[in-house]
Write a protein that binds this ligand. Structure first.
Ligand code: SF4
Ligand code: SF4
Length: 143
């Protein structure tokens, strides 16, 4: 089993196509919708975490592409800029998923994107601008 965060873009022609239902029922992929903005008369965007066997997820993503859904990966737009980080630990203290952690031996902060649920809490507490958000990609909407 693997878990992957994906950003799905739904062109206008796709918003009424039940692709997410087919991803769950047809492919057997667990879909956890983290954020979404879908309007039947406009384009839509969705940030989701997919969970399942790697090959099954790849097949599911291929199915989405064939049906016109645009796929990108938030890892490319959610970046911990370690060079700016002073390892104050504020992000690790507030992170609900354990994606940001503090090494008990070195007291250095570490980041594991695979555990991140993109709640943005760490961005709010980081006074050093060391964490970049995906907010622009989804138009500022919240789940
Ligand atoms: S809050 Fe910012 S500066 Fe502090 S440890 Fe986290 S990323 Fe680094
Ligand atoms: S966005 Fe939320 S879950 Fe992700 S690292 Fe920051 S606080 Fe943790």
């Amino acid at each position: 089993m693997v878990s992957r965060s994906v950003m799905l873009g739904f062109p206008r022609k796709c918003v009424s196509d039940p692709v997410i239902s087919d991803l769950v029922k047809g492919c057997g992929i667990e879909v956890n919708i983290l954020r979404a903005r879908i309007d039947p008369s406009e384009e839509g965007r969705m940030l989701a975490r997919l969970r399942g066997p790697e090959e099954v997820i790849e097949n599911g993503l291929s199915m989405l592409r064939e049906r016109g859904v645009e796929i990108s990966y938030p890892e490319s737009s959610f970046i911990w800029q370690e060079a700016r980080c002073v390892h104050c630990g504020a992000c690790a203290g507030i992170c609900p998923s354990g994606a940001f952690t503090i090494c008990p031996e070195t007291f250095m902060v570490g980041f594991d994107m695979s555990g991140c649920i993109l709640c943005d809490l760490c961005i709010e507490v980081c006074y050093y601008g060391a964490i970049q958000s995906v907010e622009d990609y989804i138009g500022g909407c919240r789940k």
